[in-house]
Design a protein around this ligand. Structure first.
Ligand code: ADP
Ligand code: MG
Length: 319
């Protein structure tokens, strides 16, 4: 199969909102007046970001989903993506599953694949995503204000628990394990939430490296501190294997676990009720986990209101 046939078979699908898609030297997109273009890229490398033998369907889904998560964190509506892929061999079964996962995610979130590049090499997938956000309304990391409530969507730590299980560090009960593996392999980017937070949130980020590290980016960009309550952070009930938040493995997954792709955002307390309504409307848990403070420190209070020592808990790499 020629490279051209491969592109046509696996990566060319009808576009919904693109004047010129795959097939020419460049694609053409049309930005609506009054909109800014949000652009971001994320690369997934076999062995680093996923196991080389992972299900190709979930590699396809996740390669787009992690990019959609960045659009969500900006409050942008994702519309277009490009895909640059290096593949070691022309494996039809692998390509067709990868493509199915990628396009399942693309059609769920209304994204057109408009171009890319295909080459032979160690398995690497690089997706660039573009979306629209009304002028001046993007949710930046730099907008947090002292007194803001700190919110997170969904529940944290599930992907990290799945990874710990895949690395034989713990064993999860079957039902919990299924949920955790789904969180790791087919994350659900919070696109509708990001768009709805325009005008409500002062700052936002998506949680890809763990709550502590990612909230840390908001604090640095906004020149503020924060105080979090461990007991307020929502997590999957895994009490049958670990002793809730008394177990350091769970605390670590919740605070420092990567790959959650939930949103962390800050908003004035005056918007609290409206954000709770939004939670109901979206059918998505939204929880206040702490407050923005003066200074530059991130303090996490443990179950006895003590200040957690990140070094002692063994995840000081984000400090
Ligand atoms: P060129 O030599 O001009 O770079 P290519 O032969 O690499 O063109 O690509 C032909 C067309 O297919 C281009 O429109 C390009 O954007 C698109 N394309 C190539 N690889 C991919 C891919 N993996 N996914 C989507 N589109 C692709
Ligand atoms: Mg090319």
């Amino acid at each position: 199969m020629s490279e051209f046939d491969l592109i046509r078979q696996y990566f060319t699908r009808p576009t919904k909102h693109t004047p010129l898609g795959i097939g020419d030297d460049a694609a053409l997109i049309a930005i609506k007046p009054g909109m800014e273009l949000a652009i971001s890229a994320d690369m997934l490398v076999a062995g680093t970001h996923f196991f080389a033998d992972a299900e190709p369907y979930s590699i396809g889904w996740k390669s787009l989903a992690v990019n959609l998560s960045d659009m969500a964190a900006m409050g942008a509506e994702a519309k277009w993506a490009t895909l640059a892929i290096a593949i070691p061999t022309n494996n039809a079964a692998w390509l067709s599953q990868f493509s199915a996962g990628f396009f399942a995610c693309a059609s769920q979130f209304n994204v057109d694949l408009i171009g890319g590049d295909t080459t032979r090499g160690p398995l690497t997938i690089s997706v660039q995503i573009m979306g629209e956000v009304p002028n001046g309304q993007a949710l930046k990391r730099s907008g947090a204000i002292i007194g803001d409530e700190v919110w997170v969507s969904g529940r944290l730590g599930a992907a990290a628990l799945a990874l710990a299980q895949l690395q034989d560090q713990l064993t999860l009960p079957t039902d919990v394990s299924d949920q955790c593996l789904a969180a790791l392999h087919t994350p659900q980017p919070r696109v509708a939430l990001g768009i709805a937070l325009r005008g409500l949130a002062n700052s936002a980020i998506d949680i890809s490296d763990g709550l502590a590290a990612d909230l840390g980016h908001i604090l640095a960009a906004s020149k503020v501190g924060a105080e979090l309550q461990l007991s307020a952070i929502p997590y999957l009930a895994v009490s049958s294997i670990v002793d809730g938040l008394n177990d350091k493995r769970l605390v670590k997954a919740v605070l420092a676990g990567g790959d959650d792709y939930e949103l962390c955002f800050t908003a004035p307390a005056a918007h609290h009720a409206e954000i709770m309504l939004l939670s109901k409307k979206l059918g998505l848990a939204l929880s206040v986990v702490g407050k923005i403070t003066a200074g530059s420190q991130l303090i996490v209070r443990g179950l006895d209101h003590e200040i957690l020592d990140f070094k002692e808990t063994g995840f000081d790499h984000f400090n």
